[in-house]
Design a protein around this ligand. Sequence first.
Ligand code: HH2
Length: 260
Amino acid sequence: MGILNITPDSFSDGGQNWRLEDALATAQRLIAEEADILDIGGESTRPGADSVPAEEQIRRVIPVIGAIRRIWPGPISIDTRQASVAEAALDAGATWINDISAMRDDPAMAGLAAQRKCPIVLMHMQGAPGTMQVNPQYEDVVIEVAMFLRERATFAQSSGIERGNIILDPGIGFGKSVEHNLSLLRRLSEVVGLGFPVLVGASRKSFIGHISGSPVNDRLAGSLICALRAVEAGARIVRVHDVGPTRQALAVAAVTRAEM
Ligand code: HH2
């Protein structure tokens, strides 16, 4: 899954895709690098970010989705917590919903996903983006994240969303300390064990900077290792800024894995 943020303030690509032609150029690069899915968002959810009104998210993402739809037939995911944004995006040609609130922020989201019969990503987050990194606390982060995701998947199914359309995401960096993120990556198989496809988004995130001391534009090597670890543990989708290098790393890893 390639990341395309139409925001002035995203932590990695903020401002880069602000003009339609820049957004389309980024999309074309991700497509040329063989992204399977494009994830488009109009609201930064980096730690400390303020929420963006639905009308403004719509204003940012709809022209981009429409433009991509004209050049590429693949799956486009709308990264939003608001059902009205998701609905407008689906009408413009998006085919997936990526909801980092796991349908907790907008009560209309579950009904929309059920009605449209589209895949939906349900992500774990402790708190809200504005304050989530202040002092995240868990007894056992992996068990708590897995229990939350299981409950959300059950709720989704009881709302009429088909089991095959549910994708779960442990939410790396969303209300988690460095150690919490590392535990989730080390024990990702416990989330995979819930029996749903799992998505992991670790690309360029701050825990990689914490480990390496590298700034956000120099975290590719660490991001590739996270993607590899996630896929080795059974993740089916990795959400990344650098699609080409990630594909290359995963392809080489797959053919050089030691025979047991
Ligand atoms: N991470 C970000 C945004 N959306 N969605 C899912 N399902 N999983 C993630 O890990 C995830 C996500 C944050 O990264 P990014 O989009 O690069 O930055 P920003 O939130 O600043 O726009």
